[in-house]
Design a protein around this ligand. Structure first.
Ligand code: BES
Ligand code: MN
Ligand code: ZN
Length: 506
């Protein structure tokens, strides 16, 4: 694990490999101006020549040629201060961390601007803005240590960031604790990204369960892996139905963290764990199907968040539930027209085997209720329609309970992960009516993200519930969307950790 410390050294005396300062579109930051003096006006000249624009995410690396103890100066563009928030702060510093690694720097002193503090202080979530900004910056930097290409025979030679010092302007509040939190939050996020990017042949449902179990060792978390026989015994016909087309056995992973009063609220996090989604008999087109290895991104976020919660120990009760299977078109695969009996007792007519996420979540939600959930948040790479609606920067949020939704939104702001609410007005209770079963698994084409949520809502009854669709926000594969890092994002693991903390206050 890299070390992160606070540093009161001046820009011109920090002696790490690199020093990081910021620029805005309107001009250089205070720390950049101090570096500029040591560099005889080089930065001002580069700004005048528009070589440093201050545009968001711009990383300009400069050799200091002995004018400063650090051999390298990185100028990070933060764009417009008014547009800065926790999400953009995480992303900017992840870009900075990545640029440092590309320039062979493994130690850096990072000077944080008052503008960064103001940006997160302005989000109305209360707390200590200085500590929040510090946590976001440190987390962003650590996120840059993630590698997708760990299976290359000649691995990436970029060094990881090993030593980070953060130069702070105001030394108020629990800054040390913020750095410890950043380590846990970044590690959890990178764990999600590593699970999400793992090829499906190296991360089957069984392997995901084993990997999570190994991760939990020594944390005190109670993990239980229900195998196929257990699922049959419990009557999880929905999960078992989807799993029929695969030779890989399904599992249901449950995790318990008891940090609150035994009679207090119990938050359940339920994540879709499709380790590969071919679409089944309603098979997907070949182009781009490889990305469906991350169809367990929701489950991965739940499992990693549970680890982080066990590390940070909020006084809350949290359970994690992850139904996991492949969705394959094998000889015994479930077929359009089949009727499945879910754990809740409700029957589902399958009209499209590619709408499998909601089917396995039906059993996940029922399981969470059986485990005593008083509040449920589920997360899933559920609909292509959500990618169309919101792109890759924002998760779709749907709910049956405005106050739980408010908590999730507050947690997401703290986490630097964006959500946007989609409506569930009665007009969207579009027909899931089936002639042969309690409901069918698809509505019509319109508002596909919402009709999936309408289906899920059938399985929570009156339990306060929030559904997060991360089909777009879980993975950025949009060329040209350069304001967020490409590849797996790890959402919404950090939101879950902050949500558990908000529950501790309940
Ligand atoms: N896993 C997909 C959704 C998805 C699409 C995630 C693109 C990430 C990127 C899901 O299982 C699915 O196939 N949904 C269908 C539902 C439809 C058949 C009602 C979809 O969105 O097309
Ligand atoms: Mn599907
Ligand atoms: Zn899917």
């Amino acid at each position: 694990m890299p070390d992160i410390v606070l540093n009161q050294a001046a820009v011109t005396s920090a002696d790490t490999d690199a020093v990081v300062v910021t620029a805005f579109e309107h001009g250089l930051s205070q720390a950049a101006k101090e570096a500029d003096v040591a560099l005889d006006g080089l930065l001002a000249e580069m700004r005048d020549a528009k070589e440093i624009s201050g545009e968001f995410g711009e990383c300009t690396s400069i050799r200091t040629m002995g004018r400063m103890p650090a051999r390298q100066l990185l100028v990070l563009g933060l764009g417009k201060p008014a547009q800065l928030d926790s999400f953009r702060l995480h992303n900017a510093y992840q870009f900075a961390g990545s640029a440092l690694r590309s320039h062979r720097a493994s130690s850096a002193t990072v000077f944080v601007d008052q503008a960064a503090v103001d940006a997160v202080g302005g989000n109305g979530t209360g707390g200590d803005a200085g500590a929040d900004a510090l946590r976001d910056v440190a987390t962003g930097l650590l996120l840059a240590n993630f590698e997708q290409g760990t299976r290359k025979s000649k691995p990436d030679e970029r060094p990881a960031l090993q030593h980070i010092a953060i130069g702070v302007i105001s030394a108020d509040g629990a800054l040390g604790a913020a750095l410890d939190e950043a380590q846990v939050l970044a590690q959890a996020t990178n764990q999600v990204r590593s699970w999400a990017s793992a090829p499906a042949n190296t991360l089957t449902p069984t392997m995901l369960a084993a990997s999570a179990t190994a991760l939990y060792e020594g944390t005190g978390l109670e993990v239980e892996v229900l195998d196929k026989a257990d699922l049959e015994k419990e009557g999880m016909g929905a999960l078992l139905g989807v799993a029929r087309g695969s030779d890989e056995p399904p599992v249901m992973i449950t995790v318990r963290y008891d940090g609150g009063r035994p009679d207090g609220p119990r938050l359940a996090l339920v994540g879709k764990g499709i380790t590969f989604d071919t679409g089944g008999i309603s098979i997907k087109p070949a182009a781009g199907m490889e990305l469906m290895k991350y169809d367990m991104g929701g489950g991965a976020a739940v499992l990693a968040a549970m680890w982080a919660i066990a590390k940070l120990r909020p006084a809350a009760n949290v359970i994690g539930v992850v139904p996991a299977t492949e969705n394959m078109p094998g000889g015994r695969a479930y077929k359009p027209g089949d009727v499945l009996t879910s754990l809740s007792g409700k029957t589902i007519e399958v009209l499209n085997t590619d709408a499998e996420g909601r089917i396995i979540l039906a059993d996940g939600l029922a399981k969470a209720r059986r485990m005593g959930a008083t509040h449920i948040v589920d997360v899933a790479t559920l609909t292509g329609a959500c990618v169309v609606a919101l792109g890759h920067a924002t998760s779709g949020l749907m709910t049956n309970n405005a106050s739980l939704a408010t908590l999730v939104k507050r947690a997401s702001e703290k986490a630097g992960e964006r959500v946007a609410e989609l409506p569930m007005h009665p007009e969207y209770d579009i027909c899931l009516r089936s002639d042969v079963a309690d409901m069918k698994n698809i509505g019509d084409r319109a508002a596909g993200t919402i009709s999936a949520a309408v289906f899920l809502r059938e399985f929570v009854d009156d339990t306060p519930w929030v559904h997060l669709d991360i089909a777009g926000s879980g993975w950025n594969d949009q060329e040209g969307q350069v304001q967020i890092p490409s590849g797996p994002t790890g959402v919404p693991a950090r939101t879950f950790v902050h949500l558990a903390r908000l529950f501790a206050e309940m």
